[in-house]
Design a protein around this ligand. Structure first.
Ligand code: S3P
Length: 186
């Protein structure tokens, strides 16, 4: 089916941020279907470019190396702004906001949406995941609580739109983003 609800973004992306399990990928796919804007997943691009899975990159090269790859990819994306290539939806990794330089780029290049989801919901949604190195620990609850506490101010500083989406369905979330994006890009 043809996408019925395009958005004129002038070659700028809609960027989805938030903790692991907050719904970036699910909502990104639905928003992509609605608008016709391609969805690009930063983790998937890094895995493809490096030829290793995220857990392998963390294990073999360390988290700092992965963070440098995220910044390099954001700088590449920044170079596409204003062209057709920049007219995309970007699903980020949960830790993309850790570096100040990333936060600055994310806020400047596009419309950045933060899915603020409570810790129990995040734990439930990531319970079957084994591809997230930060959660490969018996103490997942304490880890998620810490990430939530430490990163909340960083997401808040970066986002143009905050959606408290613990109990909102994808179906209800996507039109909210669409409406806000239309206003943002006028
Ligand atoms: C991370 C989140 C992951 C991935 C990596 C680190 C984080 O992405 O980038 O495992 O620091 O929160 P998702 O948020 O898509 O799971």
């Amino acid at each position: 089916m043809e996408p019925c609800f395009p958005i004129e973004t002038k070659g700028r992306p809609i960027i989805l941020i938030g903790l692991m399990g907050c719904g970036k990928t699910t909502i990104g796919k639905e928003l992509s279907r609605m608008t016709g804007m391609p969805l690009i997943d930063m983790d998937a691009i890094i895995e493809e470019q490096i030829g290793k899975s995220i857990p392998d990159i963390f294990r073999e090269n360390g988290e700092a190396h992965f963070r440098a790859l995220e910044t390099a990819l954001l700088r590449y994306i920044e170079g596409t702004i204003g062209s057709e290539k920049g007219n995309v939806i970007i699903s980020t990794g949960g830790g993309v906001v850790l570096r100040a330089v990333n936060r600055e780029i994310l806020r400047r290049i596009g419309f950045t949406v933060w899915f603020n989801v409570d810790v129990p919901t995040l734990l439930e949604r990531t319970s079957r995941s084994n591809n997230r190195p930060l959660l490969q620990s018996p103490d997942r609850v304490a880890i998620m609580e810490r990430l939530h506490r430490e990163r909340t101010p960083l997401y808040a500083e970066t986002a143009h739109l905050r959606l408290d989406s613990s109990s909102i369905s994808v179906r209800d979330t996507v039109p909210l983003i669409h409406e806000a994006a239309l206003k943002f890009f006028v």
